[in-house]
Ligand binder design. Sequence first.
Ligand code: GLN
Length: 252
Amino acid sequence: MSDPSQAGAVTASKGTIHLVHLYPREMSIYGDLGNTRALASRLRWHGYTPVVHDHHPGAPWPHEAHLLVGGGGQDSGQLRVQDDLATHADRLRALAADGLPMLMICGMYQLLGRAFITAEGHRLPGLGILDVTTTGNATRMIGPVVLQTPVGEIVGYENHSGSTVLGEGQEPFGQVRHGQGNNGSDGTEGARTGNVIGSYLHGPILPANPALADHLLEIAVVRATGAWDPEDVDDTIAHQAHDRQVRSLLSA
Ligand code: GLN
């Protein structure tokens, strides 16, 4: 908490939090870079110091990681990152099992699953952190989405050819209230195992859903510092946009 007698003074940081963005060049379509920016901004607003590590194929693994994010991309972008992902597969599986929070969108969600078989029949092996399998289709699933999730009502935008099926017992990220979700037929969207969330939702998802951003940050900050001490953040504009999307889609 800030001391009013110190007004104008620089307040001490509550801790340094390392965010790792996997493959921002190849996998950051439809504004998914906004997720990293939202996390870094919110950390600052909550009084923490963010350090963002952009991880590119072939680069050494960052020396510290408290939260991992990855975005969507074309099938060709997924092909370009898959060798590097395989290099770090054991490390990523161990971090996931240890409870490291991860948010993987669309193409990176597919690669955290068991496999992605493209519409042309190429099989990209995944990490198997999420028990999901994705198959490319000729028709794309495109449009705005509303989900019900344990983290609350989530809004976003999907655009994918991949149709994803959850393995038996795999928890989805949420239930579709509007949109297509994993496959357009079973009402599920995304997947969650422990603190690893995979989702098709762009938007980008975190600026549009501050509660989800803070949910991930809380896990990361507790891992890094032992406690989560948030400030009040004015999310009025995000909430207005969120509510407008929910109202217009669910009353349509
Ligand atoms: N190439 C994948 C698909 O179309 C991922 C798309 C994306 O990340 N937006 O299913």
